[in-house]
Structure formats: structure tokens, C-alpha cells
Design a protein around this ligand. Structure first.
Ligand code: NAD
Length: 498
């Protein structure tokens, strides 16, 4: 069985690693190959390669950097089928969904072409005594990017495109469950003309993450993943003097007002709730049905849609969604459903024990819907990263906003209504970083900032969107004076300059 290793200095790299882990095909439950986990020596090698390559890349002209970014864009487009196949194979999501994530990742590559605009500095002419003041932005140096399993291409493209466009070298640590797409992306950067060593990927688990966090040559860390890991990475990265942006878990509430267009709310809930087997940080987790009769009307529309969802292998063109990523993930979701039922939720559609004929060992769990979910249930409190969604019944918008804000996460929140007043209140009062009004998955386009609030994000900087350029660069402010060579020097004064 072949093993996946690392991508360092423009090539596959095999170090002295003595640990590895299995990469599964969730669609049939088989083991695809082993993924080698980087030793500290492998990471140190990647860092020294990145440091040398990064020093030269930081000095490359903007025109030279942009040439690479534009070529990379084209290469991602040309290799979409290949990338989508790898994503589907290792992650379990459908090919259509994998292509969707690649196109969202491309938005980040597109936006990276505007690096000159978003990093240009400020200039104040003659602030006094012939002094001009200006600011410049320079690359941080080496950026460590730690990615999750659920977007094997989109998140690495989002994390690394602006980092590279602004002159950094990167060391990406993909999820050890889906290492393949990152290696292919590394190869595309090489083909795009990026100098070897500017973009590197090291595989592994907590051990290599710790080595990244402890390495003094790495200046910034971007992380996307679960909240408990993100909080750890934020704290440890900051303790080691790095800037850290960590995007973490979500529990995204969808408020449906009695005046909403119920048909579009119901279909939005089903596609935003169950798409990608609900393994999206911006998936709708729960619908908060406001007022008398709203839950019944929604259930009447949603249940037939949910029951008609086709669950299948990533390469089944008829599949609406595929398997979850591991056998453990399947078990976690099915246990969460059982616990919710014990806690008093009504099981409306039960997807447990779902089997795809011929793929009996695949990690499938069908679409599940629970009603009468309440705030004391774990089903409300925890992020269920699998296709089990719920309905909560609330009396009015006040209660809907209170529940939404009571959750520890504030990634996304949406409202479906025909009332501008209700929408306005929702936007103003709800503490979620990405909000939707009659839009179920309010993931902003690549030229807007993306990121949650509360425990869905650690660190105040954004790593995607315009703020990314600020996160990946450090600012210097220069006060500059050019006296005539023969000009008399000013009298000595030790007073603070006024
Ligand atoms: P995860 O936290 O398990 O893993 C993320 C990364 O951290 C991986 O590279 C993994 O190897 C590493 N890691 C895992 N355990 C670690 C530990 N103990 N110490 C150090 N590093 C560790 O997350 P996941 O399961 O891959 O991804 C799903 C999670 O990511 C969900 O919670 C989802 O909401 C979140 N997510 C958030 C966003 C966002 O923008 N907010 C986007 C995508 C995914």
C-alpha cells in the first residue's frame, strides 16, 4: 500500500518519520493508504527550506507574484476534476459538492490578485519640518496553516493564497484524514511558477501541530477546525509570540418568522442543513420556528424533502450527500440522536442505521430530523457534525434572538421573514459573525471578510477577505526627512518633540 508523505521544496519529501495513520475512503469504508506523520526533524527541514525560499520571495516584485497567482488560478480551473475526485474519495462529499468548494476556494485566489490594492500604505506629506510619514506592509515571514477535514481544497486555498501573494512562505498542515488535495495543490503552485520552498505541506496530527506552534521561525498561525483545538492553538501560539487567527465550530440557528415564504424557507433549511452530510461550519443546525403553527407548516414541507434525499457514494451522480468522514463520526451522530430522544425530542425522520447497498462498510448515516429540541439538551448545546438537524419552537422573535445568542458559538445565523423590521432587529441584536436574511448559508464572497464571533473565532484578525492581507503582513511606519546636505543641523534639544 502506498503512503502519502509531505510536499517540501517543490517535491514529495520523505523524512525519518516513524508514525503514520490510515486515510479512509468513507464511501466504502476501505483504507486508501497510509499518511506519514511528520517528525520534528521533518518539520524543522520544512521550516529551514521555507525560511530560505521566503526571504527571496519577499523581495520578488508584485508583478512577479501576481503572475504566479494568475497562473495558479488557471491551473486550479484546469485541474478541477482531478481535485474534486481526490476530495470526494478521501472526504466522502459528492463530486458536485467538491466542485462547489473548489469554486469558493478560487474566490480566495481571485482576491489575492488584489494584494497591491489592499496592502498599499498611507503617506502624509510634510507633517512638519520637511518630514514625510508613510507606512509599508511587509510579509510576516513563515505562516503555519492548520486545516480541517471538511474543506480539503477550499480552506488551504483560502489560507495560503493571500499569504503567498503578500510575500510569505507557508507551511500547511492539512487534516490527516484528507491529505491528498493539499499535495496536489502544492504541485499546482509549483507548476504556476512559485519558487520551490515557498509553499510546503507537512502531514501529521497533534505532534506536528505542536512543533509548528513552538517553532520560533514561524510568525503567524491560521487555524480552521473545532473549538477545543482552536482555543488550544490560539493560546499556545500566542504564548510562543505568534499572531494567531483561529476559526472554530458553529451551531447556526435559522429563525423562520410566521410571515416568511415557507416553501423557500423549507427548501433552504434542507439544502443548507444536510448538504455535505452537514459537515460544514456554516450548515444550518436548527430551525427556530416562530409563533403558532409555523413548525407544523415547515414540517409538512420539509419532511417529504428530507425523506426524498438520496444518500450515496461520492461518485454517485444522483447522491444529494455522501458518507460522513469516519466510522467514529457516524457513531457520534447516531449517539447524539439517541441521547436527544432520551432527553425528550421527537424523532420525526430517523436516518440511523442507513446502508447503501453494495457499500455496507461505508460510513453512512441518513438524514435525521428531530422536533421539540430544547436548550437543556446536548443536541442543542453541541455541534453535531453530521446529518441530524432539529426544530425548536419559540413564541416570538425575542425568544429566537435570546436562544441564538445564548449559544457558545456565533459563526452564522439567519432569518427568513418578509419583515424588514424583524430582519433589521435580528442583524443588530444577534451576535454572529456571518448573518443571512432570506439566505441560508451566508458565507460571504471572497472579497468580504469571513469569520465568526464568540467561541467560533479566536483572535481579532480575519484570515480570509481583505483583513487577510493585514493578518499576513506587518506594518512599519516611517518618518523620513531629507535635509539638504549643506543645511545647518537643528539646535540640540532633549524635550519631547511637540
Ligand atoms: P479538528 O479540530 O479535529 O482538526 C483541525 C486540525 O487540527 C487538523 O489539521 C488536525 O490534525 C489538528 N488537530 C486535531 N486535534 C488536535 C490537537 N489535539 N492538537 C493540535 N492539533 C490538532 O477539526 P476537524 O474535525 O478537522 O474539522 C471540523 C471542525 O472544523 C468543525 O468544528 C467545524 O465547525 C470547524 N470548521 C470551522 C470553520 C470556520 O470557518 N469557522 C470552517 C470549517 C470547519
Amino acid at each position: 500500500m502506498e503512503a502519502i508523505s509531505h510536499f517540501i521544496a517543490g517535491n514529495a519529501y520523505q523524512g525519518d518519520d516513524d508514525r503514520s495513520g490510515a486515510v479512509f475512503n468513507p464511501s466504502d469504508g476501505s483504507t486508501l493508504y497510509q499518511c506519514r506523520y511528520a517528525s520534528k526533524a521533518t518539520l524543522d527541514h520544512a521550516v529551514s527550506v521555507a525560511a530560505a525560499a521566503g526571504r527571496a520571495w519577499a523581495k520578488a516584485s508584485q508583478a512577479r507574484r501576481l503572475e504566479v497567482i494568475f497562473r495558479m488560478r488557471q491551473l486550479v480551473v484546469e485541474n478541477t476534476d482531478k481535485l474534486a475526485e481526490l476530495i470526494g474519495l478521501e472526504n466522502g462529499k459528492t463530486i458536485a459538492d467538491a466542485k462547489g468548494e473548489i469554486s469558493r476556494g478560487l474566490e480566495a485566489v481571485d482576491f489575492a490578485t488584489s494584494v497591491a490594492q489592499v496592502t498599499k500604505g498611507e503617506y502624509s506629506y510634510n507633517v512638519g519640518g520637511g518630514i514625510d510619514v508613510f507606512s509599508i506592509r511587509q510579509p510576516v515571514g513563515i505562516v503555519g496553516c492548520i486545516a480541517p477535514f471538511n474543506f480539503p481544497a477550499m480552506v488551504p486555498l483560502m489560507m495560503t493564497s493571500m499569504a503567498i501573494a503578500s510575500g510569505n512562505a507557508v507551511i500547511l498542515k492539512p487534516s490527516e484524514r484528507v491529505p491528498g488535495a493539499a499535495i496536489l495543490i502544492g504541485e499546482l503552485w509549483r507548476q504556476a511558477g512559485l519558487p520551490d520552498g515557498v509553499w510546503n505541506a507537512v502531514n501529521g496530527d497533534k505532534d506536528v501541530v505542536d512543533a509548528i506552534l513552538e517553532n520560533p521561525q514561524i510568525g503567524a498561525i491560521s487555524f480552521v477546525g473545532s473549538t477545543h483545538v482552536g482555543e488550544y492553538i490560539y493560546q499556545k501560539g500566542c504564548a510562543h509570540g505568534k499572531r494567531v487567527a483561529a476559526y472554530t465550530g458553529g451551531k447556526n440557528h435559522m429563525v423562520v418568522m410566521p410571515d416568511a415564504d415557507m416553501e423557500s424557507a423549507a427548501s433552504a433549511f434542507v439544502s443548507a442543513g444536510y448538504g455535505s452530510s452537514s459537515q460544514r461550519c456554516m450548515a444550518v443546525s436548527l430551525v427556530l420556528a416562530v409563533g403558532e403553527g409555523t413548525a407544523e407548516r415547515l414540517r409538512g414541507l420539509m419532511v417529504p424533502m428530507i425523506e426524498a434525499l438520496h444518500v450515496g457514494s461520492y461518485d454517485d451522480p444522483k447522491a444529494d450527500f455522501g458518507a460522513v468522514v469516519t466510522a467514529n463520526a457516524k457513531q457520534f451522530v447516531e449517539q447524539a440522536i439517541a441521547e436527544a430522544v432520551t432527553d425528550g425530542a421527537e424523532l420525526v425522520v430517523d436516518g440511523r442505521g442507513f446502508v447503501v447497498p453494495g457499500l455496507e462498510s461505508g460510513f453512512y448515516t441518513g438524514a435525521t430530523l428531530l422536533d421539540h429540541v430544547t436548550m437543556d439538551m446536548n443536541f442543542w448545546k453541541s455541534e453535531i457534525f453530521g446529518p441530524a438537524r432539529g426544530i425548536m419552537r419559540v413564541k416570538d422573535l425575542d425568544e429566537a434572538i435570546t436562544i441564538t445568542n445564548a449559544h457558545e458559538y456565533g459563526n452564522g445565523a439567519v432569518i427568513f421573514t418578509r419583515s424588514g423590521h424583524a430582519a433589521h432587529r435580528f442583524i443588530e441584536e444577534v451576535e454572529a459573525g456571518m448573518q443571512g436574511v432570506n439566505v441560508a448559508v451566508p458565507v460571504p464572497v471572497g472579497h468580504h471578510n469571513f469569520g465568526g464571533l464568540r467561541r467560533s473565532k479566536f483572535g481579532d484578525a480575519h484570515m480570509f477577505g481583505p483583513d487577510a492581507a493585514r493578518f499576513y503582513t506587518k506594518m512599519k511606519t516611517v518618518s523620513q526627512r531629507w535635509p539638504k546636505p549643506d543645511q545647518e543641523e537643528a539646535a540640540l534639544s532633549l524635550a519631547f518633540p511637540g
